[in-house]
Design a protein. Structure first.
Lengths: 139, 111
């Protein structure tokens, strides 16, 4: 059944945004053959970045055309440097750095959408920049 | 544009996926957000109250058709157009965004 639903991704005329099952080890041809872009979310510590790196390798093997990284919960310049350094060394295309943002926790606690809770939150602003990039035609 | 967002649990991927969907929808694109994670938080992040975000019901048999290719591989396909299916089973959120919850952990059939 999920296979049928995954087929919708490719066939719908709509833009499709798929929140994948946690853990990219589940990424299989099932979902991946229907998407043109995979965004891998990683946090600025080594184990998370290593996991992101493995996800890139897996996604490349699966033939996903565009694979990009999102660094999330970045708190300090040192965090940012850690992410940029890791991405640079491993050839991971870093799309955007999303800062650590208390608004995310607040929205969650209130049971509200983040974008409604604080449309100008730093994390939302970063995601708007990501949208700008995605809407640009591929170079 | 068909975008999957992955990461470890707790990485914030669902918040990013839902917010990205909302941002794109607010710019006038028709967006479907698909929850492949059986995680009710995607609904929350796109602005659908958790109570309204039930997973898809078991589909009536006549909505599915079995196809077989030359090598004997068979699969199921929808008998109604994809966008009609999404309009019927999706949950409307703000900005012309539609949420589709794919996870059916309790009564899902195979593949």
């Amino acid at each position: 059944m999920r296979g049928v639903l995954r087929g919708l991704i490719a066939e719908t005329s709509r833009v499709a945004i798929v929140d994948l099952e946690a853990g990219l080890e589940h990424l299989s041809r099932g979902t991946s053959r229907h998407v043109d872009t995979l965004l891998v979310v990683g946090e600025p510590y080594f184990k998370s970045l290593e996991t992101a790196h493995r996800s890139f390798q897996l996604a490349r093997d699966l033939g996903i055309p565009r694979i990009r990284m999102i660094a999330n919960k970045v708190r300090t310049p040192r965090d940012e440097e850690t992410v940029r350094d890791f991405a640079g060394r491993h050839g991971l295309d870093l799309a955007v750095i999303v800062p650590y943002d208390q608004s995310v926790t607040e929205a969650d606690e209130r049971g509200t959408a983040l974008i409604e809770h604080r449309p100008d939150a730093p994390s939302v602003t970063a995601i708007r920049r990501l949208a700008d990039q995605l809407l640009q035609p591929a170079a | 544009m068909k975008i999957a967002i992955g990461g470890k649990g707790g990485s914030g991927k669902t918040t990013i996926a839902g917010t990205l969907a909302r941002v794109l929808a607010a710019r006038g694109l028709r967006v479907v957000a698909l929850d492949d994670d059986s995680n009710p938080n995607l609904a929350l992040t796109v602005g659908v109250p958790p109570g309204r975000a039930a997973a898809l019901p078991v589909l009536p048999r006549d909505m599915l058709e079995e196809r077989t290719d030359g090598s004997g591989q068979s699969w199921l396909e929808l008998t109604i157009p994809t966008d009609a299916f999404i309009d019927r089973y999706g949950i409307a959120a703000a900005d012309n965004l539609t949420l589709l919850v794919m996870g059916q952990p309790s009564h899902g059939g195979s593949g």
